[in-house]
Structures are given as C-alpha cells and as structure tokens.
Design a protein around this ligand. Structure first.
Ligand SMILES: *Cc1c(COP(=O)(O)O)cnc(C)c1O
Length: 372
C-alpha cells in the first residue's frame, strides 16, 4: 500500500527523547525554550510560544487579537475544520470567505466580500503549504483595524516574497502534527514580532501563571506566582520539543525531496488532459505539504470513484481539502462559496512522502491515467 504521507523519523529523534527522559524533567522546560528560539529563527519571526497544537495556538492568537463574543472572524471554509472551530472557542461568529481558484487561498478580494462592521479578525491560511498573499489581505485589513492571523499550520519552510512564510504576520500559528512536514507527535507554535504579546501568550498557555513552573523550579529564591487572568493548559512538553529540534534540522532536506517529487508529478500528470496540480504561486514557493490535483468537469470518473479505484490499486489517496461550510457543525452559517465548492468536490490529495520511489509515483499516475 502506498501511503499518502509518512513522517521522517529516525534514531536521532529517539535519542533526543530518551535524553529528556533520563534528565528527569519531561514537562515544559529548557527544551521547549530552545525549540521556541530555533523555530522562530528559522521562520524569521521575533518570538515563538510553543503550544500543544496549532488549534490551541490559533485560540491564543484570537485572544491576543482581542476577539470577543459578538465579534465576527473571517476564515476560509476551504481548510481543516480547526480554522473555523477556534473562532467558536473564542466565543465569536464564523464568517466564511471564498478562495482563489489557482492557489486555494483567500485573497484581499475574497476577504473583502465577507467583511462587516463587526469583523474583528481574519484567519488567512497557507493551504497545503502554498503561501497566502498576506500583503494583499493586510492591505485591506490593517487600515480598518482588523487583525490578520496567519494559519501557517502546513507552511513550515514555505517562502513568501523571498522571506519564510509567517515572517510578515502579526500572529502566525503552526502545527507539528505528523500530517505536516515537521512533527512532534502533537504540538504547535505561535510566532509573533511583539515581545509584550509573547509574554502574555506564555502566561495564557500556562493557566495564566505569572511565573512558569520551570522558572520556579530553577529559581534560587521562593517565588509565589499570581494568576491575573483565566488561562489554559496549552503547554508543549520537553519530550516533544527535543524531537522538534531534530526535525527542524531535517526540514530543508524534507522540503527539497518533496519539491523534486512534486516536479516529477507535475511532468507526469501534464500528459493527462485537463488535470490541474498545486504549484508555486506567483508570490512565493510552497513546501508541498500536500500535493493536490483538481479533476476537470468532464473527467469520465467521479472523484470518489477514482479514490476507490486508487485504493483497490494499493494507492492511499485522500479527498481534497475539506470545506467546513458543508459539515453539519456549520450548517447554520450562510455561505455562497462557488470556488470552494468546486475545489472540495473535484480535488484529491496524492501520496507524497520522503522515501517515495519513482516506481511508486508512476503507479499513482497510471491509476489516474487509466481512469481518464
Ligand atoms: C492541521 C491543521 C490545523 C490543526 O493543527 P493541529 O496541530 O492538529 O491542531 C489547523 N489549520 C490547518 C490549515 C491545518 O492544516
């Protein structure tokens, strides 16, 4: 069976985790601090605040942006459902924006159609690793006092206008789930340029505590912490961070391999009439976290039938990016999203993983070609 993705994990990650176990300190501590600095440096962000997931990092981002009940937050429906769910976690209302048909991302234009007098924030997603045109969205939102949060869950190592994706964001959230390119099992990060907000995010992540457990443990004096606002337990552990540090050192090699495999897919798939593939946008470079294709309307086999045929041929593909507005949980939300509807019903995600061979790739393409 050819898997859709497979994390790149080796003896180095195992050794790093074992070292943390032997140290006796496994919760959030020195490794988390080290991972925060190293990751923030890699994505050219001022500060990194490690979290338990991207979902919790996005929740913190909304709180830092001042989102409250009664506010509206604009998000693309075409995203993993967490992008919409976090808006509700913050007590606000989800408003869906459509996406660009080529990149699958929101643009200034698609966001503009969704703004109202109650819009407090926008979550712009780097879908499948393709960097969103953040400048276009910020040009619209900054003058209106609307905070733009980048959901960079998939985008570690992607490039936007010659800088790492996320570098230009007021708040960016990352995921280290194994479905992404850099994994800590579960895990996430919030990155941001502002030191004061980073301090607040660190407190909110740890129950609202004024001094972290690690600081109190390391201190030579008695420190009595205070709790000035209601926080959460959104911490990452040192076990996870130690794995993350090793993974971070592999990131460029992982992306190099994915880009080479993606280029080969694009060459092979160009032989099948009408198929569109994910590719680099005009304003940057994707890390190919997911390799999606879009079937033409006249493709002889339906998308779900094609997935079944692929499975029978030993190829584990996936439906394309989901659309939250089509799920029962969001049935009550108004949505007129023609591009999103087409994208989500006509697209699929092909297998792409570090150790994938040319022979495996040929088999994937042959299965699609035989259905065309
Ligand atoms: C994976 C993903 C998330 C959620 O990440 P977790 O770390 O699993 O919470 C959020 N947004 C997007 C776009 C994602 O792809």
């Amino acid at each position: 069976m050819i898997p859709v993705i497979k994390p790149v994990l080796g003896e180095e990650e195992a050794a790093a985790a074992a070292e943390v176990v032997r140290s006796g300190w496994v919760a959030q501590g020195p490794r988390v601090a080290e991972f925060e600095s190293a990751f923030a440096a890699r994505v050219a962000a001022g500060h990194g605040v490690a979290t338990s997931s991207c979902t919790t990092a996005l929740h913190l981002a909304l709180l830092l942006a001042g989102v409250r009940p009664g506010d509206e937050v604009v998000v693309p429906s075409l995203s993993f459902i967490a992008t919409a769910n976090v808006v509700r976690h913050a007590g606000a209302e989800v408003v869906f924006a459509d996406v660009d048909p080529v990149t699958g991302n929101v643009t200034g234009k698609t966001v503009e159609a969704a703004l109202t007098g109650r819009t407090r924030a926008v979550i712009a997603v780097d879908q499948a690793g393709v960097p969103v045109d953040l400048d276009g969205v910020r040009a619209l939102c900054d003058p209106r006092g609307i905070t733009v949060i980048e959901d960079a869950a998939c985008a570690a190592g992607s490039v936007y206008r010659d800088r790492p994706a996320g570098a230009g964001a007021e708040l960016a959230a990352w995921s280290f789930h194994p479905r992404k390119l850099l994994t800590t099992g579960e895990g996430g990060m919030l990155t941001l340029p502002d030191a004061e907000r980073a301090r607040r995010a660190r407190r909110l992540r740890e129950h609202g505590m004024s001094a972290s457990a690690a600081e109190r443990h390391a201190g030579a004096q008695v420190v009595i912490e205070s709790y000035d606002e209601t926080g959460f337990n959104y911490r990452m552990t040192d076990l996870q961070a130690a794995v993350g540090l090793v993974q971070l050192a592999r990131l460029d090699a992982i992306i190099g391999r994915r880009r080479a495999l993606a280029a080969r897919y694009q060459r092979l798939l160009a032989e099948i009439p009408g198929i569109a593939c994910v590719r680099d946008p005009a304003h940057g470079r994707t890390n190919y976290q997911s390799f999606w294709i879009l079937l033409p309307d006249d493709f002889p086999v339906g998308r779900d039938d094609l997935l079944r045929r692929m499975l029978a041929a030993g190829v584990s593909a996936r439906r394309g990016i989901m659309a939250a507005h089509r799920e029962p949980a969001y049935a009550g939300v108004r949505a007129d999203l023609p591009v999103t509807d087409r994208f989500t019903t006509r697209s699929l995600i092909l297998p792409l993983f570090h150790e994938m061979t040319a022979e495996q790739q040929d088999r994937v393409v042959e299965t699609i070609a035989s259905a065309s």
